[in-house]
Design a protein around this ligand. Sequence first.
Ligand SMILES: NC(=O)c1ccc[n+]([C@@H]2O[C@H](COP(=O)([O-])OP(=O)(O)OC[C@H]3O[C@@H](n4cnc5c(N)ncnc54)[C@H](O)[C@@H]3O)[C@@H](O)[C@H]2O)c1
Length: 445
Amino acid sequence: MQLTVVGTGYVGLVTGTCFAEMGHHVTCVDIDANKVAQLEQGIIPIHEPGLESLVKANHAEGRLKFTTSLADAMRDSNIYFIAVGTPPGEDGSADLQHVIGVAKEIGKNLTDYAVVVDKSTVPVGTADKVREAIAGELGIRGVGVPFDVVSNPEFLKEGAAIEDFMKPDRIVIGAESDKAAELMGRLYAPFNRSYDRTIFMGIRDAEMTKYAANAMLATKISFINEIATLCDLLDVDVENVRRGIGSDQRIGFHFIYPGCGYGGSCFPKDVKALVHTAESNHFQPTLLHAVEARNQAQRRILFDKIVMRFGADLKGTIFAVWGLALKPGTDDMREASADVLIRMLIEAGAKVRAYDPVAMEVARDLFPADWLKDGRLSLVDHQYAALEGVDALALVTEWKPFRSPDFIAMKKLMARPLIFDGRNQYHPPEVVEAGFEYFGIGRRG
Ligand SMILES: NC(=O)c1ccc[n+]([C@@H]2O[C@H](COP(=O)([O-])OP(=O)(O)OC[C@H]3O[C@@H](n4cnc5c(N)ncnc54)[C@H](O)[C@@H]3O)[C@@H](O)[C@H]2O)c1
């Protein structure tokens, strides 16, 4: 089948590439001409395991194309995925300007029946707005081309995006016409070989499903973080509590790891957008407010622990930060915990030496250039180089190379042997035996 994916970011590029890998012919469209030119040359703008080889192979075989022209792409296909960003507006609502902009563009160029698929995460009722935007443009043109709008939210995780797209837990399709549902079913058939993972539902139900999924996951994270804070006060090791509750099959181990709060481009904005949806419908979502409040506190927990140990004035201190990406497997630093910590440390007078296996380039663009110039922030090229002369190490992202470090070598490099373990990666007795002071989340050495 021939399809167009509009927006070649995380979701659009993975979606287009995986459909192409299954034999479909895909044109990916983006307004960022530089990104499109890079992709044409096989340069992948994001770090995502397995993505580069798939993009190159499918591009070489002519199943995956890149362009800045939606009008050109539309000529070859009758399924148009909208996968552009939906950032938070000032009031927390999802900003739909890019989605509606694409819908209008589709309306300007539509000539034959097509299915327009909302892949971006969008609030309940957005499909109606997309439909109105397309119909409005058709009206201006004075033509009556039939089309359907479908909601097909994406559940992939950065760092495991290819695996998630190829073998999804479920494929949610909100469709209200048999023709559109049948077309979507055929499109996803290659992903359903072992068993059918598709769940068909109403469009509004599908839109809500995505927000409910992210809100549930954010709730689990905030829940365990709240328990971890209580464990800190009561001298309880939250890691034992985590294992004790995770082994209950009704609870499970997923998303109950204590840490420095959830970040990234999805959970914070999606929880906020759901709160906004609730409040615009005159409903106070007390649980979601609590989830957010816990997360706000959690995002600064490592800094608070550092201040408790060192005092509020950090002038003259140097901290190593291991892990900058919002999670392992990606170079995405959108709303990353390391970003929050580094800014707070530097604003309190400290210097920072930071290392990440893949996010160094992204970090270089993210932080103020004068911090890098005057040495307040040093981005170093090895995890051990980050430790030279520092007063403490803060571990923020749980990349595998940080899991089992050489504590003896670390102690020799550091000015003071202190570890703030923002992901509870280390076994406190081992760290203490190696001569370190240890501070975890909901556990101490
Ligand atoms: N990143 C994730 O892990 C993830 C997972 C599931 C769902 N989502 C949702 O998917 C959507 C996209 O997220 P993302 O992370 O891929 O965003 P992104 O910022 O990485 O990519 C968006 C892309 O859209 C392009 N774009 C913007 N306006 C355009 C237009 N008019 N025409 C063509 N291209 C345009 C941008 O240039 C950019 O390349 C969001 O709604 C997000 O919430 C993201």
